[in-house]
Design a protein around this ligand. Structure first.
Ligand SMILES: Cc1ncc(COP(=O)(O)O)c(C=O)c1O
Length: 368
């Protein structure tokens, strides 16, 4: 028997949403007929520019990719008005979170984050032998910035700050975020995980300014959500040159495939598609709110492409009932939110189907 090291032996397995392949095999649907609303992916697909760019660039795919992602970097330098040395690319934010853990979390370091929040924070922290300190969400399911500040000690090393927060969809008011960042000691790294930032409903600050003014802040962005490129696996971090230099020391030398670089660049050039996704997402969220209200269901207004709703019914049962009808959603129990569901926003006809299934489940539950 070969033993894994202690820090890995005791790690919980990361549990992603049920996959289309899994549900297809279990319930006998062809994969193409299933609708997955469990991973906060983009149901409007991606820009047609992406498919064209992939085709136009296929002559490059037998080369190793450009390790510097030069063209994409130039585009982001322009977008965020930063230097190229302030940027790092990752195989999705997942990889960037992992790198941050490797570089900044050591044995006994305290790491603070919201409960519930994105599940990978736990694995990254424990793998690096950090001590997890979870701060429960407020009554309105928002991130408790005061609670986080109160937990900071001499041993605090990293704060994972998911904003908007997954799975609650809440956003920290801009003034509160600015004053929070100001109050955190400079030797504590604040990781702004901003996977859903484009979906924020209403005006927001440019959080890159926080990075520019604070050497202890890193902002993580992804092409998986608004741009609809989840399968390509590409995201980036913006931080001080020192943070980026250290992260680069442990990054795989070739981590971003060329198709992903091309896809991200092409996606950024299609502003119309991007704006439409945001507009459609808002419209569909409003549809959900109206339906939830008329069903008398409690929900959390969302700043993401997903919504949290309370049915009070066992989540495993509800998830299975949805799967039987060809829709994959996520039970709140996985986030410690018993009786809640997290539903990713789909296209109009898909959301109508979700509500129909939900109505059936609720009326069955009433009969019992
Ligand atoms: C808050 C948050 N961070 C990071 C990720 C991972 O994103 P990526 O696809 O860029 O790895 C997700 C994915 O759902 C997420 O919800």
């Amino acid at each position: 028997m070969v033993y894994a090291k202690e820090s890995v032996k005791n790690l919980p397995e990361y549990k992603p949403a049920r996959s289309i392949a899994e549900v297809s095999r279990k319930y006998g649907f062809p994969e193409k007929d299933l609708i997955k609303l469990a991973g906060n992916e983009n149901r409007w697909g991606c820009s047609p520019n992406v498919l064209k760019a992939i085709n136009d660039n296929n002559a490059f795919f037998s080369y190793y990719p450009d390790v510097n992602a030069t063209r994409l970097r130039e585009k982001l330098v322009e977008k965020h008005n930063v230097s190229g040395e302030n940027l790092i690319f990752g195989n999705g934010s997942f990889e960037l979170l992992t790198l941050i853990g490797e570089v900044y979390i050591g044995k006994g370091d305290e790491v603070i984050y919201t409960d519930p929040s994105f599940g990978w924070y736990l694995n990254v922290t424990l793998k690096n032998e950090g001590t997890v300190i979870k701060v429960p969400v407020t009554d309105r399911k928002g991130v408790d910035t005061k609670g986080i500040l109160a937990q900071i000690s001499d041993r605090t090393k990293v704060i994972w700050l998911c904003n908007p927060n997954n799975p609650t969809g809440t956003v920290i008011p801009p003034d509160e975020l600015i004053s929070f960042v100001d109050k955190v000691p400079k030797n504590v790294l604040i990781v702004l995980d901003e996977a859903y930032i484009d979906f924020i409903d209403g005006e927001y600050i440019d959080t890159v300014d926080l990075v520019k003014n604070h050497d202890n802040v890193i902002s993580l962005r992804t092409f998986s959500k608004t741009y609809g490129l989840a399968s390509f696996r590409i995201g980036y971090g913006i931080a001080s040159k020192d943070i980026i230099k250290n992260l680069l020391k442990v990054k795989l030398p070739i981590n971003i495939n060329y198709a992903a670089q091309i896809a991200a660049l092409a996606a950024m050039e299609d502003k119309e598609f991007f704006d439409n996704v945001i507009k459609s997402n808002r419209k569909e969220l409003k549809y959900y709110y109206k339906e939830f209200d008329s069903l008398g269901l409690k929900f959390v207004p969302s700043n993401g492409n997903f919504v949290l709703v309370y049915t009070g019914i066992d989540g495993e049962y509800v998830e299975n009932e949805f799967a039987k009808s060809g829709i994959i959603i996520r039970k709140g129990e996985e986030f410690g939110l018993d009786g809640w569901l997290r539903i990713s926003v789909g296209r109009s006809e898909e959301n109508i189907k979700v509500i129909d299934i939900l109505k059936k489940i609720l009326s069955e539950a009433e009969k019992k």
